[in-house]
Design a protein around this ligand. Structure first.
Ligand code: GTP
Ligand code: ZN
Length: 298
């Protein structure tokens, strides 16, 4: 019996990486009956007679589990954010950060297409980058796209992690992956196409070694997915609110209508990003409305 990690899954075959090589395996017969589906990223116990033939015997406990892409044990996401005025949206960025927080996955923000910005817009993005760093999110923002410094930062962030790349269509995900790992030669625009194709077919999913980490070759869950939390939990996923909320008068303060709210005080004093608070309010309403619709149906 060996222990390894599933690095690729394709039509019922699992390629397991152990002691420096890949072993092609299949799931043991009783997995289907027991409704166990091994996922890329899983640590597994397996048996193999040759590198071409073996069986997964047991899936070891998972740290995290994503549906899109179907990968286990992801602990980091590179949030590729296009910074051009036409594409840039703090709303989308914050939504992705909340979704990652809910999934228990750390985020690193990568500002893409900075080379296309005017000096004024670049200044603005840099100011925002500094504000997000202050909140606690690492941000990679370099005037020169794919500069060695920027790529080195991404590689450092990846070291020792299982990561997904996320971001809207055309944000620059494949382009970044290609710069990180030139051998990949992903066609630009390929990633989202693959996502659409993936809806009804079993698609190949792989973890690609990049620098000293692993990156899924399929992008992370859509940021349009609704948060699976109650509205009053949303505040937990805004780290800067969490730090302040100890000073809110009411325990369980959601920082909207409550008096003596430390978050609103900080906002009024200009200590928080207005966009973060506005996005918080919008997400809060979205979650509330979702609940209303859900209850009506019942
Ligand atoms: N100037 C500039 N162009 C970029 C940059 N990053 C990506 N692009 C271009 O933006 C377009 C979209 O990039 P992709 O890497 O395909 O974006 P993606 O996020 O993988 O897109 P989907 O696969 O559709 O989800 C391509 O034409 C890239 O060449 C950048 O940093 N600077
Ligand atoms: Zn409050």
């Amino acid at each position: 019996m060996k222990v390894g990690q599933i690095r690729q899954s394709l039509s019922g075959f699992y390629d397991v990486y152990a002691d420096g090589q890949l072993y092609r395996t299949r799931a043991r017969g009783n997995f289907r009956k027991r409704k166990i589906t091994p996922l890329v990223g899983d640590q597994v116990e397996f048996d193999s007679t040759t590198p071409q033939e073996g069986y997964v015997l047991k899936v070891l406990p998972r740290q995290t589990q994503l549906v899109r892409p179907p990968v286990a044990n992801v602990d980091l996401a590179i949030v590729v954010t296009a910074t051009t005025p036409q594409e840039f949206s703090t709303n989308l960025l914050d939504r992705q950060l909340v979704a990652l927080g809910v999934a228990g996955i750390d985020a690193v923000i990568y500002f893409a297409k900075t080379d296309l910005l005017s000096d004024a817009d670049y200044q603005d993005r840099q100011t925002l980058a500094a504000a997000y760093r202050k909140i606690g999110y690492p941000v990679i923002c370099d005037r020169t796209a794919f500069s060695e410094a920027a790529l080195t930062m991404v590689k450092r962030a990846l070291a020792g992690h299982v990561a997904v790349v996320m971001g809207q269509t055309g944000a620059g995900k494949s382009t970044l992956l290609n710069h990180l790992e030139p051998g990949l030669a992903l066609a630009t625009g390929e990633i989202s196409q693959a996502l659409n194709r993936g809806k009804h077919t079993t698609r190949k999913v792989s973890l690609i070694p990049v620098a000293d980490g692993l990156v899924a070759d399929t992008p992370g869950f859509s940021s349009y997915e609704v948060f699976d939390i109650a509205a009053n939990e949303l505040t937990h996923y805004f780290p800067e609110f969490v730090r302040l909320s100890a000073d809110c008068k009411y325990r369980g303060c959601v920082h909207i209508n409550e008096p003596h709210c430390a978050v609103k005080a900080a906002l009024d004093a200009g200590q928080l990003l207005t966009s973060r608070y506005d996005n918080y309010l919008q997400f809060y309403e979205t979650i509330k409305n979702k609940k209303v619709v859900y209850n009506k149906k019942k």
